[in-house]
Each structure stands twice: as C-alpha cells, then as structure tokens.
Design a protein around this ligand. Structure first.
Ligand code: AMX
Length: 435
C-alpha cells in the first residue's frame, strides 16, 4: 500500500494540470462584485480565496471534500467498530480527496506517533511560562519555537526550486501535527496538574495518545470524544480567521510553524475559537446568578441583560452559517448517546430552545442558531476536563489538521503572495461620492 506522501506525489501533477486547464478556460470569469458595505463589513461574502479541503454551505454547513459530517462518521475508518472517525483518516481525506483504508489510516497514526517528540528547549520554554499566561499564548509561543527545525525554512535558505516547495511543506505539516499532543498536553499538565507528561505510545492512534498525555485515556468514552472533537474542529473552509491567517502568512513563504502560530493567535480571539471557553463561563455565571433551577423566564431575562449590556451571547451566530451548525448537532448526538441525564447538558439543551427566539427578537444577529462552540464545553466538563481556559487549545490542535492540509496544496499549486486591495475612506469618496 502507498504511503500518504507517495499517493500525494501521484496526485499533485494531475491536480496542477487540472487547475491550469481550468484557469485557461475560466480564468476571466467573474466570481462576484464587492460593495462598499462589504469593504467596511469584514469582507463578508466576498469571494476571493481557494480552499481545497472543505466548502461551507450557509444552510447545510461544512462538507469535507464533498462529504457531510454524518457521511464522514459513516465512511472514515474508526478505532472502535462503529465508533467515531479517526482524525488521521480525515487528514488523509482532506489532503488527497480520498477515503483512506484502515491500513492507510494506521500508517498516518504510526507516522504521527514516530514524529511526536519535541526539542528539550521547547519543553523548557513551556516549563518556564507562568501558570497565569493564557494557554493559547503558551501554545503559540511553542509553535513559533518549533520553527527551529523547519524543513521548509532550511530548504528555502539552501535555495530550493519553487517546483519542489511542497515536499518540505509536507514534512513540516506532518511534524507539526505530530508534535501538538506533546505541546498541548505539556501546557495542560503544567498549568493545571503536576507537570508530568506521559510518553507517546508508538502503536496507538493520535487521539488516544493525546488523551493519555492529558491524563484522560483511562476513560474510553473521552478518547472517542477526542476523536470526534479533533475531526469536527479541523476545517471550515478558507475565510475563517484562523484558516485565513495561516494561509496568508504561508503565502509569504514563512514556514508552516510560523504560519500556524499566526492562525492560533486568530483562534484565540473571543469572536472565534475562544468562544468555547466563553460559552461555559457565560453559562456558569448564569447558573450562579439565577440558580440551577431557573425558569425559562429567568433565563430569557438573563439573556436580555447580556444583550442590553452590549455583549454577545457566546456560541451563537455565525459569519456564514444561517442554520444550526452540524458540528453542534454532532456533539449533541454524542451527548444524547453518552450523557443524556447530565444536568449541564439539560441546561445547554434548554438554551438551544430559548436563545434563537431571543436573538431573533433582538433583531440584529443574522444567524440566531448555535455554532460549534456552544456544545464542546459541556462534554469536556462531563468527563472531568473542567479548565475552561484550556478549551481553545483543543480547538487549535484540531484546526492544524485542516490548515496544514491546505498549506500543502498552497505550495503544490504555487499560490502566490496574498495581497488584496484596500482604500481609504477619503479615496473611496473621491471615487464614488456625488458631492
Ligand atoms: N449575540 C449578540 N449579538 C450578536 C451575536 C450574538 N451571538 N451574533 C451576532 N450578533 C450581532 C453582532 O455583534 C452585530 O452587531 P452590530 O451590528 O452591533 O455590530 C450584528 O449582530 C450582526 O452580526 P452578524 O452579521 O450576525 O454576525 P457577524 O458575521 O458579524 O459575526 C460572529 C459572526 C460569530 C462573530 C457573531 O455571531 C458572534 O459574535 N457570536 C458570538 C461569538 C461566537 O460564538 N463566536 C464563535 C463563532 C464560531 C467560531 O469561529 N468558532
């Protein structure tokens, strides 16, 4: 059987030809127009990016290489018969567009385990961080430091031919993903536990190893949750802040580590990945304020207080989606199966039924339904991972799988330096204003 890199070596020239022919025939086709409101409005709906691994439909949600989340759950190899898909298999799918066999999936597990060690100076760096430094800042710091061993940076300084960029990019992508459990678990163990991190087991899958390093692998359900979690948060097409940042930095030919560190810094914003910690904080604070058995009326009033205080309701709304996020639904299904009686899950379910109505009445939010971040915290709490400040790190580990897949293609397709056009208000007025 072919390894992932061998398969890629076959696919890349075919894809390069396909893109070349497509551009020749359709290169001057108009994708859309841009209004002044869009320029001031975060470029919402502006079509200007290529992203191969996934496409987001506003109603239906994400598809990974054309496959919905339930399809991925059915078709991708799992560790447990009928269980959650393995993130290794999703990575293969995102990179190649093909569903891997169980053997191919295992080959990725083995490679990631074999590449997992991090340099001692990066361990020291993390061990010296004060516990009060936010886990996402520590995460980004460590990824920048791993740049020390970048194959791409070294090859570039040795004068690599641009036709060969994808090779060292692939090696960096594989190393980077492989090293995340050691980085992320070290942060967790340092900040919240005894600072001791278990060893990677070479014959185990990525999610088992990550769970084990965190200290949660005794619970098989947690390991299954980790597999699902790492699949769900991986990729959400190209325009979201963490994906776009990684892609933008990569377009300067900064190496994959520097690119991904930037992506993590985007993910650490409360309107993006940090929302998963904010959701739990908000929900806990609500429980403290109005009690565990609050009525629907009390919850509704609490919601209005949040909105009238000029704050967002975390976990709800989306820049592109206009329906409930299928990533939310997949986590809800998991909860219904494994923790149907959990009181916090009951509260999250209740909020799921109340919040959209209130946001609709409030009348601003384009999408009043929950996104991926509204549900992850309750699952982690249930299995004893209580430290909310850490949740976005888990999101970041998963996001690497999506953005590294694309970075391999960015360099394979020779995508150039990204550089959209900007204007000043004064200039725009000169161009368009009547007087
Ligand atoms: N609560 C209160 N107000 C909200 C809201 C929410 N959950 N979602 C949107 N709004 C408000 C916006 O702040 C904006 O107000 P303004 O006109 O006063 O500036 C208005 O509704 C219109 O915004 P929008 O077009 O609906 O959303 P957007 O594309 O500008 O932003 C998002 C999208 C996700 C940032 C926004 O919905 C939000 O802040 N949600 C809460 C934070 C969150 O859950 N983020 C995680 C998203 C998923 C992810 O990236 N991980």
């Amino acid at each position: 059987a072919k390894s992932l890199k061998e398969r890629l070596t076959e696919i890349i020239p075919e894809k390069q030809e396909e893109v070349k022919a497509f551009k020749k025939d359709y290169g001057n086709t108009v994708l859309g127009e841009v209004t002044i409101n869009q320029a001031y409005g975060g470029m919402r709906g502006v079509k200007g990016l290529i992203w191969e691994g996934s496409v987001l439909d506003a109603e239906e949600g994400i598809r990974f290489r054309g496959k919905t989340i339930p399809e991925c759950q059915k078709e991708l190899p799992s560790a447990v018969p009928g269980g959650e898909p393995l993130p290794e298999a999703l990575f293969w799918l995102l990179v190649t567009g093909e569903v891997p066999t169980p053997e191919q999936t295992k080959s990725v597990s083995q490679e990631w385990a074999a590449r997992a060690a991090i340099p001692e100076f990066v361990e020291d760096l993390l061990d010296r961080c004060p516990k009060t430094l936010h886990p996402m800042a520590q995460f980004s710091l460590a990824i920048n430091a791993l740049q020390h061993d970048s194959h791409f940076a070294k090859a570039y300084s040795n004068g690599i031919n641009k036709a060969d960029y994808w090779g060292p990019t692939y090696e960096d992508a594989m190393d980077l993903i492989a090293k995340l459990p050691n980085v992320a678990a070290r942060i967790y163990r340092n900040v919240y536990k005894d600072g001791k991190v278990a060893d990677i087991q070479l014959d185990k899958d990525y999610s088992y190893n990550f769970s084990n390093l965190l200290g949660f692998a005794d619970n098989k359900e947690f390991v299954e949750l980790m597999r699902l979690y790492l699949v769900l948060h991986s990729d959400h097409e190209g325009g979201n802040a963490s994906a776009h940042t990684t892609h933008l930095i990569g377009s300067t030919l900064a190496d994959p580590y520097l690119s991904f560190a930037g992506g993590l810094n985007s993910l650490a914003g409360p309107l993006h990945g940090l929302a998963n910690q904010e959701v739990l904080r908000w929900t806990m604070k609500m429980q403290e304020t109005i009690g565990k058995d609050a009525s629907d009326e009390q919850i509704t009033k609490y919601l209005w207080d949040t909105l009238n205080g000029g704050k967002v309701v975390p976990g709800f709304g989306h820049a592109v989606l206009r329906k409930t996020d299928p990533r939310y639904m997949a986590q809800r299904e998991f909860a219904l199966q494994h923790l149907p009686e959990d009181p916090l899950f009951a509260l999250v379910s209740k909020l799921y039924h109340i919040i959209p109505g209130v946001l609709t009445e409030h009348g601003k939010t384009a999408n009043p339904y929950p996104n991926v971040d509204a549900h992850s915290g309750v699952l982690l709490q249930y299995y004893g991972m209580k430290e909310q400040d850490y949740y976005t790190v888990l999101f970041g580990v998963s996001r690497a799988i999506g953005v590294m897949s694309q970075l391999i293609w960015d360099r394979s397709l020779g995508l150039p330096l990204e550089r959209p056009k900007s204007y000043s208000t004064a200039h725009l007025k000169k161009m368009y204003a009547k007087n």
